[in-house]
Design a protein around this ligand. Structure first.
Ligand code: NAI
Length: 270
């Protein structure tokens, strides 16, 4: 079985792949967003970590700074347009530009409590995963258009391409609904922003070990069943998703826009 190369083996070089760039990462405190922050920093970027969990965002910013890079933490609920505007403005004020936006803030219906009606749950998942990505992108683009360049990476999901297996859904699961929107939003933004020098792409991860999938990982029967759907035979580590985001964010992907890069251990290849 192939294993993930750990972040500790990432070399920080003078010619880092994101040297001198500024990355704003929503949901950047934990999971895939945090892996992007640490990896991008190791590649020379300054990082603005924007998250509804400010304590975790501050802890990661301190860790990145202790490793010798620049980072700030800021509070952000991506469902609030004003807060998205403030996060974009504060990043530009602090670091001078916004070269990269990673939209990683996301929720699954399983992780937002049980005290909601179907409609409230559906609205919340769509609000965070889809509307939040649109609002944040719109404010980052205000700055990117002035700079005449930028790269937006949306953390979508294989659920934007296919539905859940039948044992995980009753057909009304808002998560695939939201991620399908993120995938096609990515394409629409890519076309609309190409002539402004802004590239927009998505990463579509399979199951990845983060807080979002803890409930699955802690249920041995369910976990085994889902792992069995990944030909590689395991879940991803967040760093493996971050490496794909790094490629799309960097100038190495200068002719890539509107793409959805599937990182799923072969799940959707079957
Ligand atoms: P996570 O739960 O570890 O991290 C999500 C982060 O988003 C947390 O830091 C959380 O505080 C933040 N967040 C939640 N609501 C927010 C809001 N309203 N405003 C700002 N920040 C908010 O989850 P994970 O796995 O790192 O998820 C990151 C992205 O990757 C999500 O969009 C998720 O849908 C997507 N994804 C995750 C997969 C997985 O298996 N873990 C698979 C495919 C996609």
């Amino acid at each position: 079985m192939t294993a993930a190369i750990p972040l500790s083996e990432e070399k920080k070089t003078i010619n880092g792949r994101l040297q001198g760039k500024v990355a704003l990462i929503t949901g950047g405190a934990l999971g895939i967003g945090a892996a992007c922050g640490e990896l991008f920093a190791a590649q020379g970027a300054s990082i603005a970590i924007a998250d509804i969990n400010l304590d975790a965002a501050k802890a990661l910013a301190s860790k990145i700074e202790a490793a010798g890079s620049q980072a700030i933490a800021m509070p952000l609920d991506v469902t609030r347009d004003i807060q998205c505007g403030n996060a974009a403005d504060e990043t530009r004020r602090k670091f001078g530009s916004i070269d990269i936006l990673v939209n990683s803030a996301g929720v699954s219906a399983r992780n937002i409590g049980n005290d909601m009606t179907f409609e409230q749950r559906w609205d919340r998942v769509i609000d965070v995963n889809l509307k939040g990505s649109v609002l944040m992108a719109r404010h980052a683009v205000r700055h990117m258009q002035q700079q005449k360049n930028g790269s937006i990476v949306n953390i979508a999901s294989i659920r934007g391409l296919i539905g859940y297996p039948d044992f995980m859904t009753d057909g009304f699961h808002p998560y695939p609904h939201s991620k399908g929107g993120v995938v096609n939003m990515t394409r629409d933004m890519a076309v609309g922003l190409a002539r402004s020098g802004i590239r927009v792409n998505a990463v579509c991860p399979g199951f990845t070990h983060t807080d979002m999938t803890n409930a699955v990982s802690n249920d041995p029967e369910l976990y085994k069943r889902i792992v069995g759907l990944h030909p590689i035979g395991r879940f991803a580590q967040p760093i493996e998703i971050a490496r794909a985001a790094l490629f799309l964010a960097s100038d190495e992907a200068s002719f890539v826009t509107g793409a959805c890069l599937v990182i799923d251990g072969g799940f959707t290849a079957q």
